[in-house]
Design a protein around this ligand. Structure first.
Ligand code: NCD
Length: 338
């Protein structure tokens, strides 16, 4: 399972090329459309395995994966840990609170230390944009970005795309990509690595992406990424098939960006009344953690058949299994030729 590129449909790749010619996964920006589709296709076998009572497979048996998380995480850390364990690897979690970082060690020294332990893959979450690339340049094994500052969170965008593909297929709207689909992303776009990776992934797959935020939380010049910019949520929702809500990233804000949570909900909160402005049956997504009653009301977050939020968590494990499999193929002596 997962050892060859055989699940890739013929003709999609330039012949004789590696299906995924990257050592690291630092961002969606590095990926081409066919590489994103390849990752999504490879994840399907893990979605299926994860739905079996016995979820273990020995593909990465004997390999060591280090999850080095310098920022808090629930979903991402847990799902990388579960992904590695289901693939049979030895998984070690290093969390900043217990590491030597608190003793003043530099990020580069930490990277050199992790490298000396001969990890076969390192998963990094860090508060600084570009930290993953910095570490990737210092170590000999694949590095996976689990979120770096407000830069990128590639596995989140991939799991979101996989979730959407499944939801559309369940409605009989299965398609290879998202051409013709309008996705509205609303929230703290300025500080969100999830927004950045999703913009790159969704536009690469053909979707129309609308961004909505108060002016202070919208990055200047973001239109250059091929998105439509809105400041009025009602207008951004009209006709959208998918609404992705983001949390206010208060920990990345220096100073006051919004007057109050109450005011923010009034203008940018997804309520049942607002959701009715989108296309009938519009799907709701959120990467978590949610602030219920601020950017999203509970009635919407828990709306059966429409909210994909728990499905996103499920798909997160499958996507991370696919990424760990694909990136460790070189170490396992397995080639993924197209
Ligand atoms: C996001 C993150 O950490 O970037 N969460 C996640 O990975 N599921 C979004 C957030 O923290 O708001």
């Amino acid at each position: 399972m997962g050892t060859t590129a055989s699940s890739a449909p013929a003709g999609r790749f330039p012949p004789g090329r590696l299906a995924f010619p990257h050592r690291d996964l630092t961002g969606i920006a590095q990926l081409q459309r066919h590489e994103i589709l390849y990752l999504l296709g490879e994840a399907e076998q893990w979605v299926a395995l994860n739905r079996q009572p016995s979820k273990h497979c020995g593909l990465l048996s004997g390999l060591t994966i280090i999850n080095a998380f310098f920022e808090n995480s629930t979903r991402t850390l847990l799902s990388f840990e579960i992904a590695g364990k289901r693939l049979g690897a030895d998984v070690v979690n290093m969390q900043a609170a217990t590491s030597s970082l608190k003793k003043g060690e530099t990020l580069i020294d930490t990277a050199i230390t992790l490298n000396a332990m001969r990890a076969d893959a390192i998963v990094i979450r860090h508060g600084s944009s570009g930290a993953t690339r910095l570490i990737a340049d210092k170590v000999d094994c694949p590095v996976l970005n689990a979120g770096d500052g407000s830069h990128e969170h590639p596995t989140q965008a991939l799991l979101d795309a996989l979730t959407l593909r499944h939801a559309l297929a369940a409605r009989g709207e299965a398609a290879e990509d998202f051409t013709g689909l309008t996705v509205t992303i609303c929230g703290d776009i300025l500080h969100s690595r999830v927004a950045r990776s999703n913009i790159l992934c969704l536009t690469a797959l053909g979707a129309t992406v609308r961004l909505c935020a108060p002016p202070a939380l919208m990055p200047r010049g973001i239109e250059a990424m091929g998105v439509e910019v809105f400041h009025h949520f009602d207008a951004a929702l009209a006709g959208a098939e998918v609404v992705m809500m983001l949390r206010l990233q208060s920990e990345r804000m220096s100073g006051q960006f919004v007057p109050s949570a109450r005011e923010y909900r009034h203008l940018y909160g997804l309520t049942t009344r607002r959701l009715a402005l989108a296309r009938p049956g519009a799907l709701v997504m959120h990467p978590g953690p949610m602030n219920r009653g601020v950017e999203i009301d509970s009635e919407v977050a828990d709306l059966a058949g429409r909210s994909l939020i728990t499905r996103q968590v499920e798909m997160g494990v499958a996507i991370r299994m696919a990424c760990l499999d694909i990136l460790t193929r070189a170490a396992r002596g397995v080639e993924g030729w197209a």
